[in-house]
Design a protein around this ligand. Sequence first.
Ligand code: PGA
Length: 285
Amino acid sequence: MSESETHEPEAKTAPIDELPAAVVQGRRPMIAGNWKMNAGGTDGCDLALAIARIAADHDETEVVVAPPYTAIAAVANELYNKKSDVAVAAQNVFYEESGAFTGEVSPSMLRIAGATWAIIGHSERRQLFGETDENVLKKVVAANAGGLKCIVCVGETLDQREAGQTLQVIERQVSAFAAELAKSGGDGVVAYEPVWAIGTGKVASPEDAQEIHAAIRGMLALVDGEFAEQTRILYGGSVKANNAEGLLSQKDIDGALVGGAALEADGFGKIIAMAAKLVRQGKPQ
Ligand code: PGA
């Protein structure tokens, strides 16, 4: 695809006066699908279009899909052509703008391909690819500079949880990037993903997750109170259509980052619909 065929979309958040009143007053829920290393070709376009059809009926929910790098431009073009509000995220981003960094992709390249979001610091990046809190900070800085909005992931491992270190670990991870994330106002998103819940079918109880989310909001408030109130905190880790309601009903759970269940449009669509329904029912924000 030549560069002239690409487009660099504006941020896809709808103008505030087009959103339902309940959303304007609070945090618009976000349901984001992390496709991981799946659906990287035309299958990604088909999946995105099926999701877009469902999302069109649920404006209350902001929907994001994160295909592998290879499918970002194609998926973004399909969504653009269908005038869909579903936004595209990259699953990762590098912190330099250009140069001799074999295999890496910069924020501006992702913007040109049509992504408006980047997932940063996912636990698989931290665990399998050695990403540190320092890398995460550099990536948030680069994303801010390059006009990409961030979904920054935090979460404890099973060992850390069993050792009673959950809040300590999360505090270390959040404090590494919170001040930088605050520079994008309320646009940044934090995802709490307990590592033991990712891809395991084990999901945190809604009450446990709410407790951690409230603690994370408190950590963000140390930087700025308004920023903490505006910032959406997503839960991730084995979210499915059948457990979404309990989680999304919680006061400080503002959406979900979904892995396995994001690869099937109907199930993912049910999570989108649930988030929208809770807004219409006036979920306290
Ligand atoms: P999962 O993945 O929904 O398959 O547990 C979540 C994630 O890793 O973001």
